[in-house]
Design a protein around this ligand. Structure first.
Ligand code: AMP
Length: 325
């Protein structure tokens, strides 16, 4: 039996942060050995808010380097940039034609943007349909993502079902792979860590940036000796990812018993975060020196991804009536 298929991506709309890593990227890395994996850089999605060509190109190359630095092996994973497979826009268009506006108006991301009175371009509104195309074009069985993408995967499944109903069995229904233990990683202000909130801690951040970000996390005003609820503290929420084993259990006890101040907790977090990030950052620096190797990985990935996508689109075109016999 052939291996099951994994598809996912990250938007090059800024530097990846630890939320992207623990929500999604870590899974790409861990699952690459057991799935046929297609991992892309979602530059077409990023264009909805990065409209500076130099910046977009720079961010895209940076994410390619990031993928390699976290340990994705191009021999195992097809690594490519979304815009190198323009067929995805064709499939997205077909999905637009079978989807209603009120349906897309239910998307949480769209509702949030409306509630904040943000300017919403058509690309942002239509994001779930391009995302459905990203996933269904490669016959994904699983889509590793953070909890914030759950609704979009449901949209993808609905779209696949609708297409199958209208035109005959064509698309496999993908399952989300959302690490329950991770949930949504909070940013330095306690809201969801997000590039658009300016509350991120970079996955490859230098030590001074880590320290500055952690020190800026707001806490309540409890003194050192007062008992604290670890589950209500934004600093502790990040310890879950960087402080391990007995040290973590001991920290929880000290929070509950009193005797640890937020300053000490932050200093410990800075130390452990730096221990985790430093080797990643060093590996990234060495990969970044060989830009031509990275570009080659993307070129080869694009060829493989287009080959797979072409096969699927042949079937889709025939099903919708684009093929004349
Ligand atoms: P994006 O940068 O929006 O393309 O997100 C890339 C991946 O990271 C997606 O699978 C998101 O679900 C995941 N992600 C983004 N922010 C967080 C967060 N704060 N916590 C957990 N996962 C996240």
């Amino acid at each position: 039996m052939s291996a099951k298929i994994l598809v996912s991506g990250v938007k090059p709309s800024g530097r990846p942060h630890i939320g992207n890593y623990f929500g999604a990227m870590k899974q790409f890395m861990e699952l690459q050995h057991s799935y046929e994996s297609y991992v892309f850089i979602a530059d077409m999605h990023a264009l909805t808010n990065v409209q500076n060509p130099r910046q977009l190109a720079e961010n895209t190359l940076d994410v390619a380097i990031d993928y390699l630095a976290i340990g994705l092996d191009p021999k195992k994973v097809t690594l490519f940039k979304q815009s190198d497979v323009p067929l995805v826009a064709e499939l997205g268009w077909i999905f637009n034609c079978i989807t209603t506006m009120p349906y897309l108006e239910r998307a949480h991301a769209y509702k949030d943007a409306r509630a904040k009175n943000k300017e919403i371009n058509v690309g942002i509104f239509d994001y779930p349909m391009l995302m459905a195309a990203d996933i269904l074009l490669y016959d994904a069985d699983i889509v590793p993502t953070g909890a914030d993408q759950k609704q979009h995967i449901e949209f993808t499944r609905d779209t696949a079902e609708k297409f199958n109903r209208l035109f005959g069995e064509t698309f496999r229904l993908p399952e989300p792979s959302i690490p329950e233990s991770v949930g949504t990683i909070p940013g330095t202000d306690g809201r969801k860590m997000s590039k658009s909130y300016n509350n991120t801690i970079g996955l490859f951040a230098p030590d001074d940036e880590i320290a500055k970000a952690v020190m800026s996390i707001p806490t309540d005003s409890k003194g050192v000796d007062e008992p604290k609820d670890p589950d209500k503290d934004n600093v502790f929420a990040l310890h879950k990812f960087f402080t391990e084993g007995p040290e973590f259990a001991e920290l929880r006890d000290r929070y509950q018993a009193g005797g640890i101040g937020y300053k000490e907790s932050k200093e410990l977090l800075i130390r452990n975060m730096s221990k985790f990030i430093t080797p990643l950052r060093e590996k990234r620096e060495s990969i970044a020196k060989n830009k031509s190797d990275v570009l080659k990985v993307l070129e080869e990935g694009a060829v493989a991804a287009r080959e797979k996508a072409n096969l699927k689109m042949d079937d889709v075109r025939a099903k919708v009536g684009f093929k004349l016999t």
